[in-house]
Design a protein around this ligand. Structure first.
Ligand code: R5P
Length: 263
């Protein structure tokens, strides 16, 4: 592997554990000021010391994150729709590689919408992004977006992840599902999971535990961290599971202790 690319990926997926805790705060690119991210700076700052990387758009990066904080950046570079759009899959590339380099990012991220009306457009955008990013040793994260009416099962998600890897993505973000091992085993690049909608803290920790136990290289989690009543408690608890082999109960105690101010 190209030295620069390997170095950038190693800053995200930590070589000592082979895993990562990515903090996803890119939701505003189509959701606007969603709950918990009304003031991104306020939300992000306390979490930075506990995240292995930050996934966000250039707008939030420039305006809400200090350039003096040396956190690896995964820059979302796809978009063009809003929650009000009739078809969310109608996305394109929003940010150039030149801009990504100027922002000193480790990876760029783009959503693919397999089985959706704009499937081809998003898959070709991924391929083009890989072509451009490869020139400079920047990693590409493919995000498998799931249409409203689609089943998030192993058959569908392994199709999405495998296509993303075949088109050149260096790592893939998808959803946890039953028989998740099949998704990981049939994808030749690292797979991380999204957290999805906010659920009870213990359930979110169980989700992270199940994912890494079944081969995920970590999490790229957003709402279940920043919408928690203790975001710092949650990210610390998720870290314990991902990097320190903590059980769900051990991790939950870390969350509770932080929440109760015992730390
Ligand atoms: C979609 O809006 C983004 O790609 C999010 O980064 C992704 O869904 C992960 O965030 P969450 O854990 O909130 O699902």
């Amino acid at each position: 592997m190209d030295w620069g690319l390997e170095n950038r990926l190693s800053r995200i997926i930590k070589p000592d554990t082979g895993r990562t805790v990515m903090l996803a705060v890119d939701h505003g690119y189509f959701l606007g000021p969603t709950t918990g991210l009304e003031n991104p700076k306020k939300t992000i700052e306390p979490l930075l010391p506990y995240a292995d990387s930050l996934m966000l758009t250039r707008g939030v990066l420039r305006n809400s994150v200090s350039a003096k904080f040396a956190i690896p950046i995964v820059l979302r570079v796809s978009g063009g729709t809003s929650i009000l759009s009739p078809e969310l899959s109608n996305e394109g590339i929003t940010t150039s590689i030149k801009e990504a380099i100027r922002l000193n990012v480790c990876a760029v991220a783009l959503s693919i919408f397999v089985g959706s009306p704009y499937e081809q457009q998003t898959l070709l955008a991924l391929s083009e992004l890989v072509n451009q990013a490869n020139e400079y040793g920047i990693a590409v994260l493919a995000v498998t977006a799931v249409g409203r009416d689609m089943a998030r099962d192993a058959k569908y998600l392994s199709l999405c992840c495998r296509i993303a890897a075949e088109l050149g993505a260096h790592f893939v973000k998808t959803y946890y599902c039953e028989d998740f091992k099949r998704v990981v085993d049939t994808c030749p690049v690292p797979v991380v999971i999204a957290g999805g909608k906010k659920i009870a803290e213990k359930d979110a920790l169980q989700l992270a535990y199940n994912a890494v136990s079944n081969g995920a290289s970590g999490v790229d989690m957003g709402r279940n961290i920043f919408q928690s009543d203790s975001p710092v408690g949650m990210i610390k608890a998720v870290r314990a599971i991902v990097h320190n082999q903590a059980s769900v109960d051990e991790a939950y105690r870390i969350y509770e202790a932080e929440k109760q101010g015992k730390v």
